[in-house]
Design a protein around this ligand. Structure first.
Ligand code: R5P
Length: 348
Protein backbone atom coordinates (compact mmCIF):
# COMPACT_ATOMS: atom_id res chain seq x y z
CA UNK A 1 0.00 0.00 0.00
CA UNK A 2 1.03 3.56 -0.70
CA UNK A 3 2.68 5.32 2.23
CA UNK A 4 2.15 9.01 2.96
CA UNK A 5 4.99 10.54 4.97
CA UNK A 6 4.67 14.09 6.29
CA UNK A 7 7.64 16.33 6.89
CA UNK A 8 7.22 18.50 10.01
CA UNK A 9 4.41 21.03 9.64
CA UNK A 10 2.64 18.93 7.00
CA UNK A 11 0.96 16.41 9.30
CA UNK A 12 -2.59 17.72 8.84
CA UNK A 13 -2.35 17.89 5.05
CA UNK A 14 -0.78 14.42 4.95
CA UNK A 15 -3.58 13.01 7.12
CA UNK A 16 -6.19 14.49 4.78
CA UNK A 17 -4.30 13.03 1.81
CA UNK A 18 -4.06 9.58 3.37
CA UNK A 19 -7.76 9.67 4.26
CA UNK A 20 -8.75 10.85 0.77
CA UNK A 21 -6.75 8.10 -0.94
CA UNK A 22 -7.31 5.34 1.62
CA UNK A 23 -3.56 5.07 2.16
CA UNK A 24 -1.36 4.51 5.19
CA UNK A 25 -0.07 7.55 7.04
CA UNK A 26 3.50 7.06 8.20
CA UNK A 27 5.85 9.09 10.35
CA UNK A 28 9.31 10.59 10.22
CA UNK A 29 11.31 11.62 13.25
CA UNK A 30 13.49 14.65 12.75
CA UNK A 31 15.39 16.94 15.06
CA UNK A 32 18.46 19.10 15.19
CA UNK A 33 21.75 18.07 16.68
CA UNK A 34 23.27 20.68 18.99
CA UNK A 35 25.57 21.77 16.19
CA UNK A 36 22.62 22.51 13.91
CA UNK A 37 22.86 19.42 11.73
CA UNK A 38 19.66 17.54 10.94
CA UNK A 39 18.66 14.08 12.18
CA UNK A 40 16.15 12.13 10.12
CA UNK A 41 14.67 8.72 10.85
CA UNK A 42 11.83 7.08 8.92
CA UNK A 43 9.63 5.28 11.44
CA UNK A 44 7.49 3.35 8.95
CA UNK A 45 8.23 0.27 6.91
CA UNK A 46 8.76 1.51 3.39
CA UNK A 47 10.54 -1.35 1.63
CA UNK A 48 9.19 -1.92 -1.88
CA UNK A 49 6.35 0.60 -1.50
CA UNK A 50 5.53 3.81 -3.33
CA UNK A 51 6.23 6.63 -0.89
CA UNK A 52 4.88 10.19 -1.01
CA UNK A 53 6.79 12.74 1.02
CA UNK A 54 4.38 15.59 1.82
CA UNK A 55 6.15 18.90 2.19
CA UNK A 56 4.76 22.21 1.12
CA UNK A 57 7.65 24.50 0.26
CA UNK A 58 6.74 27.64 2.18
CA UNK A 59 9.11 28.80 3.47
CA UNK A 60 11.43 26.60 1.42
CA UNK A 61 14.95 27.01 2.70
CA UNK A 62 14.89 25.86 6.32
CA UNK A 63 13.44 22.41 5.72
CA UNK A 64 14.83 21.63 2.30
CA UNK A 65 17.94 19.74 3.37
CA UNK A 66 15.80 17.71 5.78
CA UNK A 67 13.51 16.85 2.87
CA UNK A 68 16.43 15.72 0.73
CA UNK A 69 17.73 13.54 3.58
CA UNK A 70 14.27 11.97 4.03
CA UNK A 71 13.92 11.24 0.31
CA UNK A 72 17.38 9.75 0.09
CA UNK A 73 16.76 7.64 3.21
CA UNK A 74 13.48 6.40 1.74
CA UNK A 75 15.28 5.33 -1.37
CA UNK A 76 18.14 3.64 0.43
CA UNK A 77 15.60 1.78 2.62
CA UNK A 78 14.01 0.34 -0.51
CA UNK A 79 11.06 2.57 -1.45
CA UNK A 80 9.81 1.61 -4.89
CA UNK A 81 9.19 5.20 -5.96
CA UNK A 82 9.69 8.45 -4.05
CA UNK A 83 7.30 11.28 -4.92
CA UNK A 84 7.38 14.81 -3.60
CA UNK A 85 3.87 16.10 -2.89
CA UNK A 86 4.42 19.84 -2.57
CA UNK A 87 1.04 21.62 -2.57
CA UNK A 88 2.99 24.87 -2.89
CA UNK A 89 6.08 24.77 -5.08
CA UNK A 90 8.65 27.40 -4.20
CA UNK A 91 11.21 29.17 -6.35
CA UNK A 92 9.03 29.63 -9.39
CA UNK A 93 9.12 33.41 -9.62
CA UNK A 94 12.83 34.09 -10.21
CA UNK A 95 12.57 32.47 -13.62
CA UNK A 96 14.98 34.79 -15.40
CA UNK A 97 17.84 37.16 -14.73
CA UNK A 98 16.14 40.50 -14.16
CA UNK A 99 19.45 42.14 -13.20
CA UNK A 100 22.98 41.20 -14.26
CA UNK A 101 24.51 38.57 -12.00
CA UNK A 102 21.28 37.27 -10.47
CA UNK A 103 20.85 33.57 -9.78
CA UNK A 104 17.99 32.04 -11.77
CA UNK A 105 16.80 30.10 -8.75
CA UNK A 106 13.84 28.41 -10.41
CA UNK A 107 16.25 26.43 -12.58
CA UNK A 108 18.66 25.57 -9.77
CA UNK A 109 15.84 24.52 -7.46
CA UNK A 110 14.30 22.36 -10.19
CA UNK A 111 17.63 20.61 -10.70
CA UNK A 112 17.92 19.88 -6.98
CA UNK A 113 14.38 18.49 -6.73
CA UNK A 114 14.79 16.49 -9.95
CA UNK A 115 17.95 14.86 -8.66
CA UNK A 116 16.25 13.87 -5.40
CA UNK A 117 12.77 12.61 -6.32
CA UNK A 118 11.22 10.33 -8.93
CA UNK A 119 8.12 12.45 -9.36
CA UNK A 120 6.63 15.79 -8.30
CA UNK A 121 2.97 16.58 -7.65
CA UNK A 122 2.02 20.19 -7.06
CA UNK A 123 -0.81 22.70 -7.37
CA UNK A 124 -0.75 25.82 -9.52
CA UNK A 125 2.98 26.47 -9.66
CA UNK A 126 3.68 30.05 -10.72
CA UNK A 127 4.21 29.35 -14.41
CA UNK A 128 4.75 32.65 -16.08
CA UNK A 129 7.61 32.62 -18.50
CA UNK A 130 7.61 28.81 -18.66
CA UNK A 131 4.58 27.06 -20.12
CA UNK A 132 5.00 23.87 -18.10
CA UNK A 133 7.10 22.40 -15.31
CA UNK A 134 8.68 20.05 -17.84
CA UNK A 135 10.65 23.06 -19.09
CA UNK A 136 12.42 23.14 -15.72
CA UNK A 137 12.07 19.70 -14.14
CA UNK A 138 13.55 16.54 -15.60
CA UNK A 139 11.34 14.17 -13.56
CA UNK A 140 7.66 13.47 -14.33
CA UNK A 141 5.52 16.23 -12.84
CA UNK A 142 1.82 16.53 -12.17
CA UNK A 143 0.46 20.09 -12.20
CA UNK A 144 -2.98 20.36 -10.62
CA UNK A 145 -5.30 23.36 -10.66
CA UNK A 146 -7.27 24.80 -7.77
CA UNK A 147 -9.29 27.30 -9.82
CA UNK A 148 -12.41 25.05 -9.98
CA UNK A 149 -12.29 24.66 -6.19
CA UNK A 150 -11.97 28.43 -5.71
CA UNK A 151 -14.82 28.95 -8.17
CA UNK A 152 -17.07 26.55 -6.27
CA UNK A 153 -16.26 28.28 -2.98
CA UNK A 154 -17.10 31.70 -4.48
CA UNK A 155 -20.35 30.40 -6.01
CA UNK A 156 -21.41 29.02 -2.64
CA UNK A 157 -20.33 31.96 -0.47
CA UNK A 158 -20.54 35.21 -2.45
CA UNK A 159 -23.69 36.78 -3.88
CA UNK A 160 -23.36 38.53 -7.27
CA UNK A 161 -19.57 38.32 -7.53
CA UNK A 162 -17.33 40.31 -9.87
CA UNK A 163 -14.12 38.27 -10.24
CA UNK A 164 -11.08 40.55 -10.35
CA UNK A 165 -7.48 39.67 -11.09
CA UNK A 166 -4.97 42.18 -9.66
CA UNK A 167 -2.55 41.88 -12.58
CA UNK A 168 -2.26 40.59 -16.12
CA UNK A 169 -0.77 37.28 -14.97
CA UNK A 170 -3.92 36.47 -13.03
CA UNK A 171 -6.07 36.54 -16.18
CA UNK A 172 -5.63 32.76 -16.50
CA UNK A 173 -7.26 32.09 -13.10
CA UNK A 174 -9.92 34.76 -13.09
CA UNK A 175 -11.21 33.94 -16.56
CA UNK A 176 -11.46 30.24 -15.70
CA UNK A 177 -13.24 30.94 -12.42
CA UNK A 178 -15.61 33.49 -13.94
CA UNK A 179 -16.51 31.12 -16.77
CA UNK A 180 -17.22 28.26 -14.36
CA UNK A 181 -19.68 30.25 -12.25
CA UNK A 182 -21.09 32.52 -14.95
CA UNK A 183 -19.79 35.74 -13.40
CA UNK A 184 -18.12 38.73 -15.10
CA UNK A 185 -14.42 39.33 -14.63
CA UNK A 186 -11.92 42.17 -14.93
CA UNK A 187 -8.16 42.40 -14.75
CA UNK A 188 -6.25 45.26 -13.13
CA UNK A 189 -2.83 46.55 -14.08
CA UNK A 190 0.14 46.13 -11.72
CA UNK A 191 3.61 47.65 -11.70
CA UNK A 192 6.09 46.11 -9.29
CA UNK A 193 8.85 48.43 -8.05
CA UNK A 194 10.39 46.04 -5.50
CA UNK A 195 9.75 43.07 -3.19
CA UNK A 196 7.34 45.13 -1.08
CA UNK A 197 6.34 47.89 -3.43
CA UNK A 198 3.65 47.63 -6.08
CA UNK A 199 1.23 50.00 -7.78
CA UNK A 200 -2.13 48.75 -8.99
CA UNK A 201 -4.30 50.68 -11.45
CA UNK A 202 -7.98 50.06 -12.03
CA UNK A 203 -9.74 50.34 -15.38
CA UNK A 204 -13.23 51.86 -15.33
CA UNK A 205 -15.32 49.18 -13.57
CA UNK A 206 -18.51 51.25 -13.33
CA UNK A 207 -20.52 48.85 -15.54
CA UNK A 208 -20.35 46.34 -12.66
CA UNK A 209 -21.22 48.66 -9.80
CA UNK A 210 -23.37 46.88 -7.24
CA UNK A 211 -21.53 43.58 -7.63
CA UNK A 212 -19.35 42.19 -4.84
CA UNK A 213 -15.66 42.36 -5.86
CA UNK A 214 -13.71 39.14 -5.38
CA UNK A 215 -9.96 39.56 -5.81
CA UNK A 216 -8.35 36.31 -6.96
CA UNK A 217 -4.62 35.63 -7.15
CA UNK A 218 -2.37 32.59 -7.14
CA UNK A 219 -0.03 33.81 -4.38
CA UNK A 220 -0.28 36.28 -1.52
CA UNK A 221 3.30 36.75 -0.42
CA UNK A 222 4.02 40.26 0.90
CA UNK A 223 0.28 40.80 0.38
CA UNK A 224 0.98 44.13 -1.29
CA UNK A 225 -0.66 43.21 -4.58
CA UNK A 226 -3.98 42.39 -2.94
CA UNK A 227 -3.66 45.24 -0.44
CA UNK A 228 -3.15 47.85 -3.16
CA UNK A 229 -6.03 46.47 -5.22
CA UNK A 230 -8.31 46.28 -2.18
CA UNK A 231 -7.54 49.90 -1.28
CA UNK A 232 -8.36 51.14 -4.78
CA UNK A 233 -11.74 49.42 -5.24
CA UNK A 234 -13.72 51.68 -2.83
CA UNK A 235 -12.53 54.67 -4.90
CA UNK A 236 -14.89 53.41 -7.62
CA UNK A 237 -17.73 52.88 -5.17
CA UNK A 238 -17.25 49.16 -4.53
CA UNK A 239 -17.63 47.43 -1.18
CA UNK A 240 -14.63 45.88 0.50
CA UNK A 241 -13.53 42.88 -1.57
CA UNK A 242 -13.42 39.21 -0.75
CA UNK A 243 -9.83 38.01 -1.35
CA UNK A 244 -9.35 34.42 -2.52
CA UNK A 245 -5.87 33.04 -3.09
CA UNK A 246 -4.52 29.63 -3.89
CA UNK A 247 -1.28 29.94 -1.90
CA UNK A 248 -1.56 32.11 1.20
CA UNK A 249 2.05 32.69 2.18
CA UNK A 250 1.17 35.94 3.99
CA UNK A 251 4.62 37.07 5.03
CA UNK A 252 5.10 39.12 8.18
CA UNK A 253 2.00 41.18 9.11
CA UNK A 254 0.49 41.10 5.61
CA UNK A 255 -2.59 39.12 6.64
CA UNK A 256 -3.53 41.64 9.35
CA UNK A 257 -2.93 44.54 6.97
CA UNK A 258 -5.12 42.97 4.34
CA UNK A 259 -7.84 42.11 6.85
CA UNK A 260 -8.19 45.84 7.55
CA UNK A 261 -9.25 46.54 3.96
CA UNK A 262 -10.92 43.27 2.92
CA UNK A 263 -14.31 41.81 3.71
CA UNK A 264 -13.03 38.20 3.89
CA UNK A 265 -9.78 36.44 3.04
CA UNK A 266 -9.70 32.77 2.06
CA UNK A 267 -7.00 30.46 0.78
CA UNK A 268 -6.49 26.84 -0.11
CA UNK A 269 -4.67 24.72 2.46
CA UNK A 270 -1.54 24.45 0.30
CA UNK A 271 0.11 26.48 3.07
CA UNK A 272 -1.22 26.07 6.60
CA UNK A 273 -2.84 29.39 7.56
CA UNK A 274 -5.79 30.87 9.45
CA UNK A 275 -7.40 31.78 6.11
CA UNK A 276 -7.55 28.16 4.85
CA UNK A 277 -11.03 27.35 3.56
CA UNK A 278 -10.43 25.09 0.57
CA UNK A 279 -9.00 21.58 0.94
CA UNK A 280 -6.64 20.33 -1.76
CA UNK A 281 -6.08 16.78 -0.51
CA UNK A 282 -8.99 15.22 -2.46
CA UNK A 283 -7.71 16.83 -5.69
CA UNK A 284 -4.20 15.51 -5.11
CA UNK A 285 -5.38 12.06 -4.01
CA UNK A 286 -7.48 11.72 -7.16
CA UNK A 287 -4.50 12.66 -9.34
CA UNK A 288 -2.19 10.22 -7.58
CA UNK A 289 -4.76 7.43 -7.92
CA UNK A 290 -5.29 8.19 -11.60
CA UNK A 291 -1.55 8.24 -12.30
CA UNK A 292 -1.16 4.92 -10.50
CA UNK A 293 -3.34 3.27 -13.11
CA UNK A 294 -1.26 4.56 -16.02
CA UNK A 295 1.56 2.14 -16.77
CA UNK A 296 4.85 3.98 -17.17
CA UNK A 297 8.51 3.41 -16.69
CA UNK A 298 9.80 4.66 -13.38
CA UNK A 299 12.86 6.73 -14.02
CA UNK A 300 15.40 5.74 -11.41
CA UNK A 301 17.76 8.62 -10.99
CA UNK A 302 19.70 7.21 -8.14
CA UNK A 303 20.98 4.05 -6.57
CA UNK A 304 18.86 1.07 -5.51
CA UNK A 305 18.33 0.16 -1.84
CA UNK A 306 21.57 -0.22 0.03
CA UNK A 307 22.53 -3.12 2.27
CA UNK A 308 23.43 -2.11 5.82
CA UNK A 309 27.08 -1.27 6.08
CA UNK A 310 29.44 -1.65 9.02
CA UNK A 311 28.61 1.71 10.55
CA UNK A 312 24.87 1.05 10.50
CA UNK A 313 25.40 -2.37 12.10
CA UNK A 314 27.27 -0.69 14.94
CA UNK A 315 23.89 0.68 16.08
CA UNK A 316 23.78 3.01 19.06
CA UNK A 317 27.53 2.80 19.63
CA UNK A 318 28.05 4.69 16.41
CA UNK A 319 25.74 7.48 17.52
CA UNK A 320 27.33 10.90 17.85
CA UNK A 321 28.67 11.26 21.37
CA UNK A 322 27.13 14.70 21.77
CA UNK A 323 23.53 13.52 21.80
CA UNK A 324 22.69 9.87 22.45
CA UNK A 325 19.30 8.66 21.25
CA UNK A 326 16.40 8.98 23.72
CA UNK A 327 16.01 5.23 24.19
CA UNK A 328 19.39 5.02 25.92
CA UNK A 329 20.16 6.43 29.34
CA UNK A 330 22.70 8.65 27.71
CA UNK A 331 25.42 7.60 30.11
CA UNK A 332 26.50 4.03 29.44
CA UNK A 333 28.52 3.22 26.37
CA UNK A 334 29.64 -0.33 26.17
CA UNK A 335 32.24 0.02 23.55
CA UNK A 336 35.41 2.04 23.91
CA UNK A 337 36.14 3.91 20.72
CA UNK A 338 39.17 2.50 18.95
CA UNK A 339 41.61 5.25 18.01
CA UNK A 340 42.21 5.24 14.28
CA UNK A 341 45.65 5.79 12.98
CA UNK A 342 46.05 9.08 11.19
CA UNK A 343 42.68 10.39 12.39
CA UNK A 344 42.34 13.00 15.07
CA UNK A 345 45.96 14.16 14.86
CA UNK A 346 44.94 17.50 13.57
CA UNK A 347 41.74 17.88 15.60
CA UNK A 348 41.74 20.71 18.07
C1 R5P B 1 2.67 37.68 -9.33
O1 R5P B 1 3.04 37.50 -10.43
C2 R5P B 1 1.75 36.75 -8.59
O2 R5P B 1 0.71 36.31 -9.38
C3 R5P B 1 1.23 37.45 -7.35
O3 R5P B 1 0.44 38.55 -7.72
C4 R5P B 1 2.35 37.92 -6.50
O4 R5P B 1 3.25 36.89 -6.29
C5 R5P B 1 1.86 38.45 -5.18
O5 R5P B 1 2.97 38.89 -4.45
P1 R5P B 1 2.81 39.92 -3.26
O6 R5P B 1 1.79 39.35 -2.31
O7 R5P B 1 4.19 39.97 -2.65
O8 R5P B 1 2.40 41.23 -3.82
Amino acid sequence: MRLILPLPGNEIFARHLAESGGWELGAIETRRFPDGETYVRILSNIANRPVDLVCTLAPPDDGFLRLVFAADAARSLGAREVTLVAPYLAYMRQDRRFLPGEAVTSKTFARLVSSTFDRLVTVDPHLHRYAALSALYTIPTETLHAAPLLADWIAAEVQKPLIIGPDEESEQWVSAIAARIGAPHAVLSKTRHGDRSVDVELPDLSQWSGLRPVLVDDIASSGDTLFEAACKLPLQGFARPVCAVIHGLFAEDSYQRLLAVADRIVSSDSVLHASNAIRLAPLIAAAISAARNVPRDIVRHRRPAEPLDEVERAGIDSFPASDPPPWTSGVSRTRTPVPQQGKGDSAT
